[in-house]
Structures are given as structure tokens and as C-alpha cells.
Design a protein around this ligand. Structure first.
Ligand code: FE2
Length: 234
């Protein structure tokens, strides 16, 4: 497993601390609505299956992000965020699955339609009672899967789209920066800048699925254009 240079971690950490105001009272707009995937793919969501291989491992980055030598006030990187979450009272038993492999065909069609270079898709399954507390994404798995270094320059060229896989139901809650997000429709797509803190909750009664599309930004990437509908049929 690759390790990340501590000096690079601190550079990324400084960037994240400087890029946002960290004040819940400021009415900032911290995410972008990108558009919506329509079409018959929605009928296929029920066929998705998750197994133990796709379980979210809370300690998966422990070696790569061995942070013992980093200052305690580092805001980024898995371990520091996770240590803080445990201190805040989270029990570390969230039921959250990530499926990167054997995804249905419509996922790659969406990846292609995203306009992102080398798109890598992942479907997140969040069970009722599960929380992903306030954290920031470092695209570590994407970097690992595509052989890229975990470096600030790479992060700043990267983009993640989140695609809601089903209509919003009671208890589904996403927050990006200062913006609560609810009442979404299946296929709607959002994105946020690198380094933006966010969280995800399922306090409802049914499992919730969201797909990530990760890739490098290009001039054709969807978020560079006004939000629009894109039909995906399989
Ligand atoms: Fe995240």
C-alpha cells in the first residue's frame, strides 16, 4: 500500500482550512446542482446487490494515513476525522457499503455522460440508523484505483458528482458546507469543490443509495454548463 508524504498531507490540510469560512452563520452556497439523469435506469436500482466485500471499512486508511506525527488540529485525513468522530460520540458502527466493482451498465453510461476524464463510479449504500459525520473527502480510493498520487495538484483537478439513486424519503439528509439537502429526485446530480466538508444521515426507514462519479475535470464536464437533463436508457 502506498503511503502519503506527511508534508503533502499538511499542504492539503492548509488548503482545506483556507478554502472555506467554517462559520455556520454565513449563508454561503457550498454545492452546485448539476442536472438530472432521466431514463429507464431507475427501474434497475432494485436489482443492485451488496455483499460483505463492499463493506465500508472504517479503518481502511489507517496505514496510508498514519497520522500520529501530525498535529491534532489537522482537519483533513481519514484518521483524524475518524478519531474526532469517536470523541464526538459516534460509535464507529455505521452500516455503510461501497460498491466499486461489477456495477450495472447504466453506471458506465452515466460516467461517460459526466464529461469527466477516466470516470470511476461507486455506489454507496447507507442503511437506516447510519451516519457519516462531518468529514472531507480525499479521493483516496480513486487515486489508488487509478494509480494517482494523493497530492494537492491532483485533488484540485478532480471532481466528484453525487447522483441520487432514488427519490428522497423521510430521514434521508445530506449537508454540504452550510447547505442542508433534502427532497431530491432520483437521478439528480450535485457536486462540491474539493475540500468542502459534508455529512450524510439515514434516519429513515429504508436503505438509501447514492452513486459517486469521480474523475478529472475537462471542458466538457457537466458542471461547467447550466444544469440539464440527460437521458440514460439501458
Ligand atoms: Fe464524503
Amino acid at each position: 500500500m502506498k503511503t502519503v508524504d506527511p508534508a503533502e498531507k499538511l499542504r492539503i490540510d492548509k488548503y482545506i482550512k483556507d478554502m472555506w469560512h467554517f462559520d455556520p452563520a454565513i449563508p454561503s452556497t457550498d454545492y452546485q446542482y448539476v442536472g438530472q439523469f432521466t431514463g429507464n435506469w431507475i427501474d434497475k436500482i432494485k436489482d443492485l446487490s451488496f455483499n460483505d466485500d463492499s463493506k465500508f471499512d472504517y479503518n481502511r486508511n489507517k496505514q496510508t494515513f498514519a497520522d500520529e506525527k501530525l498535529p491534532d488540529d489537522v482537519v483533513s485525513f481519514g484518521n483524524k476525522d475518524r478519531e474526532k468522530a469517536v470523541k464526538w460520540g459516534y460509535d464507529n458502527k455505521t452500516k455503510y457499503h461501497q460498491k466499486w466493482n461489477d456495477l450495472p451498465d447504466w453506471c458506465s453510461l452515466m460516467g461517460k455522460a459526466s464529461g469527466l476524464k477516466t470516470p470511476a463510479m461507486c455506489i454507496n449504500e447507507q442503511l437506516p440508523g447510519s451516519f457519516l459525520p462531518w468529514h472531507v473527502d480525499l479521493f483516496y480510493t480513486y487515486c489508488e484505483q487509478t494509480g494517482r498520487e494523493v497530492k494537492l495538484e491532483v485533488m484540485l483537478k478532480m471532481r466528484r458528482y453525487l447522483v441520487f439513486m432514488q427519490d428522497w424519503k423521510w430521514g434521508y439528509y445530506l449537508q454540504v458546507g452550510n447547505n442542508p439537502i433534502t427532497n431530491w429526485k432520483a437521478g439528480q446530480i450535485i457536486t462540491m469543490p474539493f475540500g468542502m466538508y459534508h455529512l450524510s444521515v439515514n434516519a429513515g426507514t429504508e436503505v438509501r443509495h447514492v452513486m459517486q462519479i469521480n474523475g478529472l475535470e475537462t471542458e466538457d464536464s457537466l458542471h461547467k454548463f447550466p444544469a440539464r437533463e440527460i437521458e440514460i436508457n439501458v
